[in-house]
Design a protein around this ligand. Structure first.
Ligand SMILES: [Zn+2]
Length: 490
């Protein structure tokens, strides 16, 4: 670890800094060759992937379908979405190589046509997924019965932040959002926003984050906006009603809305009382219009007013096209930024399911029999030795991704001390007796639990740590116990 980072860590009074902890726990690094684009090391990638896995499971419950979309789109798309007029300064441009050889590739004699063809080889690196999801919606015909349609996307996004502001996982040029877009009927807006606020509440309680407050941001006052006053009035009213219904306190941040619509921001308070904007719900009446999105409804006029509801008498009026309402929403927000918060929040004491160092298997010596059995146990716990074609058994559950092995000939106390300092959740020790019995000795004291935190708070502070007892178990039983913790997000 660099000296400066060590010095910052040594200051017990100073708040934990995710950049220092990221070095200490080997989570991520950066490179001068791509400023502002964090490079996740294996440990960091484990946390990232577990957060994504968690969300994928919730998507089934909340009715989202994941899509996979392009990273670059032609400038003409960004012109259509309004980003070129309102967001160009924050976007990276990507040039096709054909631009350089345009003379050969573009068979145009007229200069204007040639320029236009050349311009068509200019791409923008996406800063948002919204236009791409509009293209998906537009690619199929929809009836009012199909709505709401909810797309989710974990694509990397790029925004051209100035290099002086870049830092850690919070000030970045490349990041991922747990992005989602809901296309719904005007009558469904409030339900969708309520459901999103519920999703946020559930997720933050699982992650142990909070408290947070809700803020409604209204139309921008700097002139950078699209849409009429009537659209903005309707959008802001819908969000107000959903906020009222949430039962949570909320405030207004006048003029802070996005250029395409008003939004609700979730402002999370960290353990030091510092506030961070994480989740967001944004209503958008504009983008669906720009992309000429529509669905068929039996009474278009009533439908537009949100007056045509489920079970209503079918009207004699002709069916016709109606523009859907689009809701942009992210529960974590930037996954990178949320990881920075989690890294500081847990400060090395990860819950088992998120811990990048879940299990380490230590040997008491380096004899062949002990090392061989230790490898076998590692295979059982990680699921690496399970036959994927065999159904049933403990191995068919969620596998532990982080099972390390230390068979070095160093002394056991040294290996245990190192494992504890690295923050392993479970420390598994294997000696000759274990080989004979087919068991392992497990110390689970690295797995934080509510009961243990309470007990520690009550224990007299004599500077000594209570001696942890190792439990003797069969490897299969240990796997089951650890899988239960992963499956219930402990
Ligand atoms: Zn969006």
């Amino acid at each position: 670890m660099p000296g400066a980072a060590l010095a910052r860590l040594a200051g017990a009074a100073s708040a934990p800094d995710h950049r220092d902890l990221g070095v200490q726990q080997e989570l991520f690094t950066t490179s001068i060759y791509s400023p502002g684009s964090p490079i996740f090391l294996p440990n960091g990638a484990r946390i990232f992937n577990r957060l994504v896995d968690f969300l994928r499971k919730q998507y089934v419950r909340y009715g989202f379908q994941e899509v996979i979309t392009p990273t670059i789109y032609k400038k003409s798309l960004w012109a259509k979405s309004g980003h070129l007029d309102n967001y160009a300064d924050d976007m990276f441009t990507v040039m096709s190589a054909s631009l350089a050889t345009g003379e050969q590739r573009v068979d145009k004699s007229d200069k204007a046509e040639k320029d236009e063809a050349a311009h068509d080889h200019e791409y923008g690196l996406k800063p948002m997924n919204c236009p791409g999801h509009c293209l998906i919606f537009a690619s199929q015909r929809h009836s009012y019965r199909d709505l709401p349609i909810r797309y989710a996307d974990f694509s990397p996004l790029h925004r051209d932040e100035i290099s002086g502001a870049l830092s850690g996982l919070t000030r970045v040029r490349r990041f991922h959002q747990d992005d989602g877009h809901i296309f719904c009927r005007p009558s469904q807006v409030e339900d969708e926003i309520r459901s999103t606020l519920d999703f946020v509440r559930f997720t933050y309680s699982v992650l142990g984050l909070g408290p947070y407050r809700l803020v409604l941001s209204t139309r921008p006052t700097d002139g950078h906006l699209i849409g009429s006053d009537a659209d903005w009035d309707a959008a802001e009213d819908a969000l107000r009603r959903a906020l009222d219904h949430s039962g949570q306190a909320w405030t207004v941040n006048p003029g802070d809305g996005a250029f395409y619509g008003p939004k609700i921001d979730i402002i999370l308070q960290d353990s030091d009382g510092k506030e961070h904007q994480t989740a967001t719900v944004q209503l958008d009446f504009q983008l669906p219009r720009r992309f000429e999105l529509s669905y068929q409804a039996p009474s278009p006029e009533l439908e537009r007013q949100g007056a045509l509801v489920e079970g209503a008498e079918p009207s004699k009026e002709e069916a016709g096209p109606v523009t859907p309402v689009m809701i942009h929403r992210a529960v974590l927000g930037s996954v990178e930024r949320l990881m920075a918060l989690l890294i500081e929040h847990y400060n090395g004491k990860w819950p088992f399911w998120l811990n990048p160092r879940q299990v380490v298997v230590l040997t008491v010596n380096d004899s062949d029999a002990v090392v061989e059995f230790a490898k076998e146990v590692q295979g059982t716990l990680s699921g690496a030795s399970a036959d994927p074609l065999q159904s049933g058994g403990a191995s068919s559950g969620s596998l532990l991704a982080a099972v390390d092995l230390d068979t070095s000939p160093r002394t056991l106390p040294l290996k245990v001390r190192e494992a504890k300092s690295k923050g392993y959740g479970a420390i598994v020790v294997i000696g000759p007796k274990d080989v004979a019995k087919g068991t392992v000795a497990v110390d689970l004291s690295g797995i934080p639990s509510k009961e243990k935190a309470d007990a520690e708070a009550e224990a007299p502070k004599d500077g000594k740590k209570s001696k942890t007892k190792a439990v003797e178990m069969k490897p299969d039983a240990l796997l089951q116990l650890l899988q239960d913790k992963v499956n219930t997000y402990q």
